[in-house]
Every structure is written in structure tokens, then in C-alpha cells.
Design a protein around this ligand. Structure first.
Ligand SMILES: C[S@@+](CC[C@H](N)C(=O)[O-])C[C@H]1O[C@@H](n2cnc3c(N)ncnc32)[C@H](O)[C@@H]1O
Length: 280
């Protein structure tokens, strides 16, 4: 997810920090897209030459990937590296809730700087994190060094924030969400194939996933839509007609019949791509 465009001059409309808001978004994403994440980790198990025992998650955030991998590979130790102590705090809370503290370890480090000492591993996972790095090629070269020969790297990226709303949200502004995305989603699609080759990896697979979860969805999807659209709302003043902004505010409000927390017509549409490459 592209969060690097965020304008830090705004204050977040909620009592928690921007990092907490992002962490919540990522946690809700993993909850709502649990089946997709589970398929992805199962697929990695099929591509691996043996069951992974040591896994490194680069830019782990609150650890949605680290936790999913620890659950999938029950004999693996997962080291989750992130710049943010807040993110790692959430990771350790979640790991402890799930009884995974002995196998999921958070390490605070700036991957643009000197790397922490990491044991040689079988699998490196980097989800929505490489595009945040100052020099992704350097990060991939380090990842290559940390993997054993035959080990895999999985890089995954999402195109942008998912779409949730029907074309007509019922407040007289058809096409509202499409206009929001047209204004904010300007980032070109990530392409990591050449970067992986340059670092010495052999590409095993590039897997695009078009996710489309139909209505009705569990309550977490409403909250996910709300957190996600609120993040976008933040950047929209002056970029869309006032009527659109009023309509969007109606939809992201906690209350009212049109609120995403009450709607039964929400869907989740998102495109993600995963590159898997092997260290020869
Ligand atoms: C969009 S989040 C993705 C988190 C997680 N991988 C996921 O998919 O839920 C990007 C993460 O990369 C981390 N990050 C950004 N730059 C970093 C750096 N230089 N070193 C370590 N982590 C970094 C951020 O703190 C954030 O947690």
C-alpha cells in the first residue's frame, strides 16, 4: 500500500498516531483478507525446497505477515524487522495473544542503515515495505546475503488502498470512490522482477491476485473500509468537489444509515502481486 505520499502537516482526526492508524489498517487488511494470506503462505510452502525453519520479515509492521508465516510453518522461527517500535509493540502483543512469543521475535532496525545480525534463513518476506526503502536494491542484496542457497524471497505489494463502495453510495454522488482513487492513486505499479535479478535471485514466479470479496461481509470489513477511507479523506480537501467530500464524510461517519459500519453492500476489491525468487 502506498503510504509514502502522506502529508505529515495534517493532524490525524483520531486520538491515536499516524503509525497506529496504519497498523490498524494493516491488521484489518490481514483479518479481512485472511483467506488470501493463507493461500499465499501455503503457496510459498509448495515453492520451498524444504519446510522453512528460519524466516525474516523485512518491514514487518504490526506483523501480519510474520504471524501468518509462523502459523503456516509451525517449526519456524520468525524474525520481524521494522523501524517502528510502535509497530513491533503491536507485533509482540499479537504474538503473545496467540502463544507465539517463543517463535516470533521483533527486531527494531532501520533497513536503510546497518542491518542487525540475522542468522542465515530459508525465507525472506517483504510485504508492502520495499517501496518505502531508500535503496531497495541494497535491501535486496542484503536479503540475498541472509538467505541460504536454495532459500526464497517473497516480495508482495498491493496496488493501492482497496475499493469498498458500490458505484452509487445512496447519497447522490455516483462514481464517488472512483474519483477518490483517480485523484490519489498516481503511483505507477511496482515491478520487482529486474531488481530481484540484479540482486542475484532467480525469479520463480510472479503471481498477480485480483481479490474481490462479495457482500455481505463480516463487520471487520466495515471498519476496514472506514479506516481506509478516512486515511484517504485526509488528503482530499480541495481535490474533489465539495459535494463529493460531504458524501464521503457521510459514508465514513460512525453513525447514519449510509455509514460503512452499517452498510450491507460493501465489497473488497484489491489487486496484489507477489514475486517469489530463489537464491541459486
Ligand atoms: C506499509 S507497512 C507494511 C507492513 C507489513 N509488512 C504488512 O504488510 O502489513 C511498511 C512498514 O515498513 C516499515 N519501514 C519503512 N521504512 C523502513 C526502514 N527503513 N527500515 C525498517 N522498516 C521500515 C514501516 O515502519 C512499516 O511498518
Amino acid at each position: 500500500m502506498n503510504t509514502s505520499h502522506q502529508d505529515h502537516t495534517h493532524t490525524h482526526p483520531h486520538p491515536h498516531t499516524e503509525t497506529d492508524a496504519l497498523a490498524e489498517l494493516l491488521e484489518l487488511d490481514a483479518e479481512v483478507l485472511q483467506a488470501y494470506l493463507s493461500e499465499l503462505t501455503a503457496w510459498l510452502g509448495e515453492l520451498a525446497d524444504r519446510e522453512p525453519r528460519r524466516i525474516v520479515d523485512l518491514g514487518s509492521g504490526p506483523g501480519t505477515g510474520a504471524i501468518a508465516l509462523a502459523r503456516r510453518f509451525a517449526r519456524a522461527d520468525v524474525t520481524a524487522v521494522d523501524l517502528s517500535p510502535q509497530m513491533l509493540h503491536r507485533l509482540s502483543k499479537k504474538a503473545s495473544l496467540l502463544g507465539l512469543t517463543d517463535r516470533v521475535l521483533g527486531v527494531q532496525a532501520d533497513l536503510n542503515e546497518d542491518w542487525p545480525a540475522l542468522d542465515t534463513c530459508d525465507l525472506v518476506w517483504a510485504a508492502s515495505s520495499l517501496h518505502h526503502m531508500a535503496d531497495p536494491d541494497r535491501v535486496l542484496a542484503r536479503a540475498f546475503d541472509v538467505l541460504r542457497p536454495g532459500g526464497l524471497i517473497a516480495v508482495t505489494e498491493m496496488d493501492f488502498f482497496p475499493r469498498f463502495l458500490p458505484d452509487d453510495v445512496g447519497v447522490g454522488r455516483p462514481g464517488l470512490e472512483a474519483r477518490v482513487h483517480a485523484v490519489l492513486n498516481k503511483r505507477p505499479a511496482d515491478e520487482w522482477t529486474e531488481h530481484l535479478r540484479r540482486a542475484g535471485f532467480v525469479l520463480e514466479a510472479k503471481r498477480p491476485s485480483a481479490i474481490d470479496l462479495p457482500a455481505p461481509l463480516p463487520a471487520a470489513a466495515g471498519r476496514y473500509a472506514q479506516v481506509s477511507l478516512r486515511q484517504l479523506r485526509f488528503h482530499l480537501d480541495g481535490q474533489l468537489p465539495a459535494e463529493d467530500l460531504v458524501a464521503l464524510d457521510t459514508v465514513i461517519d460512525d453513525d447514519g444509515p449510509h455509514s460503512v459500519l452499517r452498510r450491507e453492500d460493501l465489497t473488497v476489491r484489491t489487486n496484489r502481486t507477489t514475486w517469489v525468487a530463489r537464491r541459486p
